[in-house]
Design a protein around this ligand. Structure first.
Ligand code: ADP
Length: 581
């Protein structure tokens, strides 16, 4: 073994140098350590301060704050912290809640579905926001708004949930009260609309008597003066009827029972009809009345011609009413290029009348609202016409606007989206429903001078007199029945060419009677003639119901001689043709 080399011994000079170096290094290390400790201390202070602030925020928060563990038992996670506000909200002491599951707060009325959603979201580390019925320590229930967020550790693992909780009972109660008040108001409004509908329906029945009897009176030999009086009765009754119809329409729209019925229609014919109807009124006031239809306007469209006519009639009626000098112009044109068989049709009515002040132009579309009550007193009116027009236009998906200058005049402009009827020209007069053309078996050969025999089923005595008077004057033989049961007895005994059937009757109504008559026909027991409904019920769906029940046509009340004549001649022609065939 070779001997170890001897360590060189340091000289005292070398030793002194090394010591000096080591001292310097230690001093540097100590300085660094001191700096780092100061820095660390400052950081620690800051952190402490932040934690204190955060803690103060949580402790003094107005909202309840709860921290739970992430692990969830069947009754929810364990609470490990709650602030004072949460204790105030729930009425528990800290000792009572600490370490308990959140389930202690829930009870009978707590929404289980919400709890399940909450559980599912939290289990998949997602936050949950919701409102739940919870229970205080003394069992009082209250609404709690909860906002729960998962808290991950530095590895992303969820270790806790934090919950912000708020007692929202007052807000929920207020919302419930508002909802109840709204429902009550809606019910009251509905009741009002239904009352108006019933009232106007009830009013139409006596109007039937007034107009019908006066028209019969006009057909008798009376003096010219008596004729003038009777004509005034008819025209006053017609004005009253218009108001009743407006109220009926309005209440139908308000109660949501209104629907439009689009069918193929001839727009030009509709326009000409209104023009023919209202030009005498314009002429009587010495006003010019111009009508122009732009050449591009499609003639055949699919629309609710009754309602389109009503809108135009209303606007022209107002224009004539509020104009003393000059004239009224109706202009119909296309508002844009037709696309995919659809077009926007623009109908504008311009007058040189009193005009409407700018400030009230919007209000005239409000119900019962008139631009100027002094003007209104002079011209009369209910303030419903434009409301109905606007609502009808809106139901059809269109718009109505007004442009007016007081003293110069007004322009009302309606734009309606309408389908163009490609099968134009195939527009036939209303076809007879094929399923219900049941030829009567006349007792004596028709054409041999025999009178058509009509069974009228009507409970109201005045209406009976009106219908009987009109029919006899038109040359029909009439048998009267007061209700459905009586009508069936009549059909069992005699043969009729037509039945005019009231719908609303005591003992047996018109629908039930029709159903039984059609059943008798189906059983091949009897030949049942066409049944035409007579009804004051102008509600949407009534017409369909009449057809569905096996009726063949429909006459609205009040019954007018012209209308009954038109419908009956159509049906008696049908019966005759059917018989010939
Ligand atoms: P009214 O039955 O009163 O005519 P409307 O709803 O049709 O009800 O009209 C409401 C109000 O709008 C009218 O009372 C009138 O003040 C104003 N108005 C309507 N059309 C015209 C018009 N062409 N010129 C001037 N004012 C009009």
């Amino acid at each position: 073994m070779s001997p170890q080399p001897e360590k060189p011994t340091l000289t005292s000079e070398q030793l002194t140098r090394r010591l000096a170096r080591e001292k310097k290094a230690r001093a540097q290390a100590e300085k660094l350590l001191e700096e780092k400790s100061t820095e660390l201390y400052a950081l620690n202070q800051e952190l402490h301060q932040n934690v204190r602030l955060l803690e103060a925020g949580v402790i003094n928060a107005y909202d309840g704050v709860v921290i739970t563990e992430a692990h969830m038992s069947y009754h929810g996670p364990k609470m490990i912290y709650m602030n004072d506000a949460f204790l105030d909200i729930t009425g528990y002491t800290r000792q009572e809640l600490m370490g308990k599951d959140t389930g202690v707060l829930y009870g009978e009325k707590t929404d289980i579905r919400q709890l399940k959603t909450m559980r599912r979201l939290l289990k998949s580390s997602q936050p949950y926001d919701g409102e739940l019925i919870c229970y205080k320590q003394d069992g009082t229930e209250f609404w709690m708004e909860l906002s729960i967020a998962p808290v991950p550790n530095k590895d992303g693992e969820i270790t806790h949930f934090t919950t912000i909780a708020r007692d929202i009972t007052d807000r929920r109660n207020y919302e419930e009260e508002l909802k109840a008040a709204r429902l009550k108001a809606e019910a009251a409004n509905m009741a009002k609309s239904e009352f108006l509908a019933t009232m106007s329906h009830e009013l139409r029945t006596p109007m039937n008597g007034i107009i019908g009897m006066t028209e019969l009176l006009l057909d008798t030999s009376i003096t010219d003066q008596q004729k003038t009086y009777a004509q005034t009765v008819v025209s006053s009754a017609e004005s009253l009827l218009n108001i009743i119809n407006d109220i009926l329409d309005f209440s139908k729209i308000e109660s949501g029972k209104f629907e439009i019925e689009p069918v193929p229609m001839d727009l030009f014919k509709t326009i000409d009809h209104v023009v023919a109807l209202l030009s005498p009124r314009a002429r009587a006031k010495g006003l010019k009345f111009e009508r122009s239809i732009h050449p591009d306007t499609p003639q055949y469209i699919i629309g609710d011609y009754v309602r389109i006519e009503q809108i135009i009639q209303n606007l022209i009626g107002n224009a004539i009413k509020f104009t003393e000098r000059g004239g009224v112009a109706l202009e119909v044109s296309l508002a844009d290029e037709p696309r995919m068989s659809s077009a926007h049709i623009q109908i504008s009515v311009t007058d040189s009348g009193v005009g409407i002040a700018k400030g009230v132009q919007d209000k005239i579309f409000d119900k019962f609202s008139q631009a100027d009550t002094s003007t209104t007193r002079k011209y009369g009116g209910t303030g419903l016409g434009l409301t109905i027009c606007q609502q009808l236009v809106e139901i059809m998906g269109g718009t109505i606007t007004v442009d007016s200058t007081p003293g110069i005049g007004s322009t009302f402009c309606v734009t309606l989206p309408l389908k163009i009827d490609e099968k134009q020209g195939e527009l036939a007069p209303k076809p007879l429903p094929t399923n219900v053309v049941h030829a009567a078996t006349p007792a004596i050969g028709l054409g041999g001078g025999r009178k058509y025999h009509i069974l009228v089923v009507e409970d109201n005595i005045t209406n009976q007199m009106v219908v009987e008077g009109i029919l006899e004057r038109l040359g029909y033989k009439v048998t009267m029945a007061s209700d459905g049961k009586e009508a069936i007895k009549c059909v069992e005994k005699d043969i009729y060419d037509l039945i005019l059937m009231d719908v609303q009757m005591p003992i047996m109504d018109g629908f039930e009677a029709t159903r039984i008559l059609r059943q008798m026909e189906y059983n091949d027991m009897y030949h049942i003639p066409p049944i035409i409904a007579l009804t004051a019920n102008a509600m949407k769906g009534d017409k369909e119901k009449c057809f569905d029940m096996g009726m063949s046509d429909y006459i609205g009340k009040p019954i007018r001689k012209d209308e009954i004549e038109k419908i009956l001649s159509r049906w008696t022609i049908a019966i005759r043709d059917n018989h010939k065939a």
